[in-house]
Write a protein that binds this ligand. Structure first.
Ligand code: ZN
Length: 460
């Protein structure tokens, strides 16, 4: 047996194949040829703001023990099946560059693990350059026993990033259910009425309670029927068993994943001196120097200083009530914001797309000079300038001194505010997971049930 680390990414075809689905065929092939997985396959979400990628930006890693003499067969099959899979799905979606990497995973040195992990960490919060990719590839050298990247090398970045992220700390699970590839129609039976059981303490992002939308089945053409996300495998399987009879599925698989863990922010914080660059994920203190304003599209604009840079801060319309939280902030307030820097269409500076707002330092009141009402006739009084008092516009009644009022701010910023599930990123940690983070992860299966396929013969 040989220990193999397989990474794959960007297998995103025109009529809707997807990386996680193709991975189930690889898993099937490994099992059929007498290998076995040593851990749940990992679904690693990468920087959600990579411009040429879909919002999901997910790559997959598989760790398996595999019979040595059958390795050449597996490698040939991988290359052939990738082509078949893409053709079967009417070709590639424009701009995608699928990639598969197979590493020899036996006796990997600590240094190599660290290199892989650092690479993977960068792919979570910034744009990894081709130079960084090539330098990792040449460092790995003979460890790489196969690389498939027929349409450009970009997919190799995600493949290696998935291999390099072992999810040693926080993690969640997702059970993904797939229809048969030949079935192109969406299954209407899926409009099952949401049951509270779907969205309890240990599962998340299934229903948008604000709009009563069902979120667990995607709208795209991919073969995913639905995905059940949560912290506990037993819970996820129980939900699946309850609805199984409504689904005409072909296969399902459980992934361990960094979804719902905020790993992109954590990694960006670990990195020394977070840099303010386009498409970088960032979390930090912002000091507002203008009051937030809402534009016609419902987007909220403000200006802030972050790390001595002046940045336009945006809370977009799809963020729903997150805008209301931003709305009560004023010039001078300091808040912790999480989100991403993006190039602006209108000016040279970057703007910040806010995803998280957290309390930092907001004064309880502000002091403000006010114009009094005339005590004699009740009309407005005008200020005569600093410390010269006020004069009534109508009856010329005069009062001396100046009136300073403490205006108490009716601000109660919850400690943390997030957008609704419908516009939250896969990586964003839902409120209910706060305090429930896993400190570490032990590799290996917790349950015998983690994969099912109707045709365990390994053919597409
Ligand atoms: Zn008056």
């Amino acid at each position: 047996m040989k220990y193999l680390l397989i990474g794959l990414d960007d297998i995103d075809s025109y009529a809707g194949g997807c990386t996680t689905h193709f991975a189930t065929y690889i898993v099937e092939k490994i099992l059929v040829l007498g290998g076995y997985l040593t851990d749940y396959p990992r679904l690693i979400r990468l920087n959600p703001d990579t411009p040429w990628r879909t919002r999901g930006n997910g790559a997959v890693a598989i760790e398996a023990a595999f019979p040595k003499r059958k390795i050449p067969h597996l490698l040939d099959w991988l290359e052939k099946s990738l082509h078949e899979y893409i053709i079967l799905n009417d070709g590639l979606r424009p701009g995608t560059q699928p990639g598969i990497v197979v590493l020899d995973g036996s006796r990997i040195k600590r240094e190599t693990y660290e290199k892989l992990n650092l690479f993977s960490s960068k792919a979570l919060y910034k744009i990894v350059s081709h130079d960084e990719l090539e330098s990792l590839i040449s460092y790995l050298g003979k460890r790489i026993i196969k690389m498939v990247s027929p349409y450009g090398r970009r997919g190799l970045i995600g493949s290696l990033a998935a291999i390099g992220n072992f999810l040693p700390h926080d993690y969640t699970y997702e059970l993904l259910v797939y229809r048969k590839l030949s079935i192109r129609e969406r299954d209407r039976s899926l409009n099952i009425i949401p049951n509270l059981d779907w969205e309890d303490e240990y599962t998340f992002a299934h229903v948008d309670l604000e709009r009563k939308n069902i979120l667990w089945s995607p709208h795209g053409p991919d073969p995913v029927i639905l995905g059940i996300r949560g912290d506990r495998i037993s819970k996820i399987i129980r939900i699946f068993r309850n609805i199984e009879k409504y689904l005409s599925y072909d296969r399902w698989i459980i992934y361990v994943t960094n979804q719902g863990t905020d790993e992109h922010f954590k990694r960006s914080l670990y990195d020394q001196g977070q840099s303010i660059e386009a498409f970088n994920q960032y979390i930090g203190v912002f000091k507002l120097f203008s009051n937030p304003l809402r534009d016609k599209g419902g987007h909220l604009h403000s200006n802030a200083i972050v790390n001595s840079n002046s940045i336009e801060v945006m809370v977009y319309e799809p963020s729903g009530r997150l805008r209301d939280v931003m709305d009560v902030l004023e010039e001078g307030d300091k808040v912790v914001l999480g989100g991403v820097f993006k190039p602006s269409r209108y000016h040279a500076n970057l703007l910040f797309n806010t995803q998280v707002i957290s309390f930092c330092s907001i004064p309880i009141y502000r002091e403000s000079y006010v114009k009094p009402i005339c005590p004699s006739c009740g009309s407005k009084m005008e200020s005569l300038g600093k410390s010269s008092g006020y004069e009534c516009e109508k009856c010329k009644y005069h009062i001396r001194g100046s009136l300073m009022l403490k205006i108490y701010r009716s601000v109660w910023i919850p400690h943390l505010s997030l957008p609704p599930y419908r516009s939250i990123r896969h990586l964003s940690k839902p409120l209910k997971r706060y305090g429930r983070e896993h400190k570490y992860r032990v590799k290996g299966f917790k349950n015998k049930l983690w994969f099912y396929s109707r045709n365990l013969n390994g053919s597409l």
